[in-house]
Each structure stands twice: as C-alpha cells, then as structure tokens.
Design a protein around this ligand. Structure first.
Ligand code: NAD
Length: 498
C-alpha cells in the first residue's frame, strides 16, 4: 500500500515508526497509509526550516513573489489531479473540490502582492532632521496545523503569505486526507522554492506537540475543532509563541417573514448540505421568525431535499459525498438520535442511506430536524454533518439573542428584503462573518477570515491583511543626520518633536 510521507528539506521521506490507514470514505476501504512523524522527524523539519531561514529572509520580496506566481500556474495546471486526490481521501464531489482549490489559489494570488504589502510606513521630519519608518520583518520559522475538511485550501491560507513575508514554514496537515496537501507542497518546490523553506510533516499529537514546545518555532497558525484550538492557543502562548487558533462553529441563518422563501431554500440547501456539512461555515441552524415563516420553510425544504443526491466524489451529478470516517458517521447519526430523543421531529431522515455500489461508504443523507430548542445537545454542539436544524422565534431580536448566546460565533446570515433589519443585524450580531442574503459569507482573499467568541483564539484573523501582520513583526526605526559642525547639548526632557 502507498505510504504518504513528509517533505523535509525538499525531499519526500517516508520514515515513520507508526503508520495509519487513510480511507476512501466513499468505499469505506483503506486505500493508502500515512507516516506519522516521530518527534525526531519533526525536529529535522524544524532544523531544515531554520537553516533555510537566513537566505530566504534576505531574498527580495519580488523574487519570493515570482515563485508564488509560478506556484499559482502549477496549481491551475494540476487542478484535476488535486481534486482527484481530495475526492479519494476527503470524499467531496469534484465541483466542490474545484471550488475549494480556487479559494486556495486566491490566497496564493494575494501572496503575489508581497512586495506591495511589505512596503512599510514612512514619515519624514518627525522632528528636526529626523525621519522614521516602520518595517515588517519576518518572524523566523513558523508552523501551521490544519484540519481534514479543506486539505487544499486551509494550508493555502497559511504558508503562501508566511513564506512571501520571508518566514520559513513547517506544516502539519490532517492525517486523515494528507495526499492533496503534500502534492501541493511539492508543486511549490517545483515552482522554485528553495529546499527547507516549506516542510510538511504528517503526523498526530506527537508531531503537534513537538512543534508547540520547540523554541525555534516562533508562531503557530491552527485551524480545527475548538477543544484542540484552545489547547494549541494556551500551550503556544505559554511557550512564548504568537498564535492564532481557529475553532469550530454553529452557524445560524435567520429567515425573516419577508424573505424570498424560494431563494432562501435554494441557498440553505447548498450551505447546509454542501460538502456534507463538513464546513466551518456550513449553515447548521435555520431560525425562522414567526410560525408562518417556519412552516413554509420546513415544507419547502422537505420538498426540495427529495432531489438531493448523496454519493461518491467521482459522479459530478451528486450534490455531496460521504463524511470523513466511520466514527464520524456514527457521531452524526448519534446527534440525530439525540435530537429525536429530546423531542425534536426528524422531518427528513438521512440516517443510513443506501448508496448503490457504495454500501460500505461513510454516508449520511441530508437531514432536516424541526422543533429544536436551545437546551438540546444537538443544538449546543457542532454536528459537522449534513443536518439542518430548524428553530422558531417571534422576533428578529429573539433570533439575535439566540445566536449571541451560543458559544460559537463563526458565521451567520439573514434572509430578508428589509434593509433596516439587515443593517441592525449586521451591526449588532456577535459573530465574525455575516451574510445578508449570502449563506456562506467566506471573505475573499483580500479580506481576512475569522470568527468571534470560541470560534477563534487570538487577535488576528486568517489570510488577507491580518496575515501580513500575523507573519511579521513591526520594527520602527528613527534616524537623524544632524548637519556637521552643530554642537549638540544633552537633552533631559523626554524627546518630543520640538
Ligand atoms: P481536529 O481539531 O480534530 O484536527 C485539527 C488538527 O489538529 C489536525 O491536524 C489534527 O492532527 C490535530 N489534532 C487533533 N487532535 C489533536 C490533539 N489532541 N493534540 C494536538 N493536535 C491534535 O479538527 P478536524 O476534525 O480535522 O476538522 C474539523 C474541525 O475544524 C471542525 O470543528 C471545524 O469547524 C473546524 N474548522 C474550523 C475552521 C475555521 O476557520 N474556524 C475551518 C475549517 C475547519
């Protein structure tokens, strides 16, 4: 069986003391194995990044950017292969994988702007013959730890910008679907990146902890579930590292009585069930304002869901694929069971769908649950499956209070024709990313991505302008060249511009 290895100092290595099966979620069969890096292997990757750092830091930003331009072209030229690898190990359908890759490429395009983004700030004559400038210097070796659900895009949120800023990088992708991530990293080598600037170590907690506790790592970007995000953030901080840790979500869509209901239903279908709901921006709760809106929504959703196809990634007529593992399939089914036991009604039941030819796949069909209330476990926790829960309230304010009371604050949206309501909602809701008649308000690459509350630990969001700040430290230089022959006197007053 093929063993998926590491990329260290420009070379693929498959050494490991432990191997783990990588499954094709559509067939339910192990198709490859991934090498789980031992501490010593991760330390070699860090050493390679450390050795590559001085020359890379001193490489002009425009030369770094040129490599990113070539990288973008290689990503586009190899898109079919990347999507195939994503499908084989993650299970998402080709059109969805292509969307993920495109969003990843947009982050490479942003990194191509490094010379402009790193220009710094300059002020002349801040005092007599005194000039001052701030410059953004790289941090050194930085690390990224990424989740299974976007094996191409989320790593591309991190290392293109980190590297374009002059840092070197060690990436620890998800061990559940590592092939596309590793292949993409090899493309960056092919684009001309010097060996050691980007290293990829596959592995689990042992690899992660090695990165967290090694003092050569200056900063850590993490994306994954909230309990692990919190662990990464507190451990990295205690080790004196800069850290941004993006966590889980429970994203609500408010459906106002004046919404264009057919449109809202179409948008909800894609946002709730696309990628099997395994998106941190998936809409997993619809909050209907008023019983009439609730009844109409449930009836129209129920009807529209009859046409959804769950199946293997290779058939582009499928709407979404399986979930990532057998254990996760059981967990999602367990949440549906618990909602039912708690008194909610399962309007469309996706437990154990029959997918012809893929009887052992990890499939969950699209599920609609009505009558959900705030104390239910299925509401409090992130399900991360193709399950849409419907709640009913009487006013917009009640809907907003519900959202604000939830521990997560990643994304949310409102379906309405009322501009005043939409503006009030977007101004006041305690959530980091807001959509108005846009179900998945994932910011484009030149804005930054991040949730509020327990969906993000740290101060700076991912990619975009915040990533330039995250991957650099500011240095401010103040200089004076007094005219020759001037006799200077000691100054004991605190310096001011006078
Ligand atoms: P996960 O937290 O299980 O794993 C993420 C990474 O952490 C992986 O690389 C994994 O190897 C590592 N990891 C897992 N357990 C660890 C441990 N005990 N110690 C150290 N490292 C550990 O997440 P996942 O299941 O791969 O991804 C799904 C989760 O990610 C969902 O909660 C989803 O909402 C979240 N997510 C969030 C965003 C966001 O931007 N906020 C984006 C994508 C996914």
């Amino acid at each position: 069986m093929t063993v998926i290895g590491h990329l260290i100092n420009g070379e693929i290595r498959t050494d490991a003391t432990r191997l783990q099966d990588v499954f094709n979620p559509a067939t339910g069969e192990a198709s490859r194995q991934v090498a789980l890096a031992a501490k010593s292997t991760v330390e070699e990757a860090i050493a390679a990044a450390q050795a590559a750092y001085p020359a890379w830091r001193d490489t002009p930003p425009a030369k770094r950017a040129r490599i990113m331009f070539r990288f973008k072209e290689l990503l586009e030229a190899n898109a079919d292969k990347i999507c195939q690898l994503i499908g084989e190990e993650h299970g998402k359908i080709g059109h969805d994988a292509a969307g993920e890759l495109q969003r990843g490429i947009e982050n490479v395009e942003y990194a191509c702007g490094a010379p402009e983004l790193l220009k710094g700030e300059y002020s002349k004559n801040v005092g007599p013959a005194v000039d001052s400038w701030s410059d953004f210097q790289p941090l050194g070796v930085v690390a990224g730890i990424t989740p299974f659900n976007f094996p191409a895009m989320v790593p591309l949120w991190m290392y293109p910008m980190a590297i374009a800023c002059g840092n070197t990088f060690v990436l620890k992708p998800s061990e559940r679907d590592p092939s596309s991530t590793l292949f993409i990293a090899e493309l960056l080598q092919e684009a001309g990146l010097p060996a050691g600037v980007l290293n990829v170590v596959n592995g689990d907690k042992e690899a992660v902890d090695t990165l967290l506790y090694d003092n050569r790592i200056k900063a850590v970007s993490f994306v994954g579930s909230t309990p692990i995000a919190e662990y990464i953030y507190s451990t990295a901080n205690a080790q004196g590292k800069r850290c941004q840790a993006l966590g889980g979500a429970k994203n609500h869509a408010i459906v106002m009585p004046d919404a264009d209901m057919d449109n809202a239903v179409a948008q909800l279908l894609g946002a709730a069930f696309g990628s099997s709901g395994e998106r941190c921006m998936a809409l997993s709760v619809a909050v209907a304002v008023g019983d009439e809106a609730g009844d109409t929504l449930v009836a129209k959703m129920k009807e529209a869901m009859q046409d959804l196809n769950v199946g293997a990634y290779s058939d582009s007529s499928n709407d979404f694929g399986p979930v990532i593992t057998r254990a996760h399939q059981q967990k999602v089914n367990g949440y549906i069971d618990s909602a039912e036991q708690d008194g909610a009604s399962v309007v469309v039941d996706g437990r154990n769908p029959q997918v012809k030819g893929y009887e052992n796949g990890f499939f969950v069909g699209a599920t609609l649950i009505d009558g959900v209330t705030p104390e239910m476990v299925s509401y409090k926790e992130e399900i991360f499956g193709p399950v849409l829960q419907v709640m009913r309230v009487n006013t917009l304010q009640e809907a907003m209070d519900l959202i604000d009371a939830h521990e997560y604050g990643n994304g949310t949206c409102i379906f309405t024709r009322d501009g005043e309501a939409a503006r009030y909602f977007s101004d006041n809701i305690q959530v980091g990313m807001v959509g108005i008649n846009i179900p998945l308000p994932v910011p484009v690459s030149y804005h930054s991505f991040g949730g509020w509350k327990r969906s993000l630990f740290g101060d700076l969001h991912a990619y975009g302008p915040d990533s330039v700040r995250f991957y650099t430290k500011r240095k401010t230089v103040t200089q004076r060249w007094p005219a020759s022959g001037i006799q200077e006197k000691a100054q004991f007053a605190f310096p001011s511009e006078g």
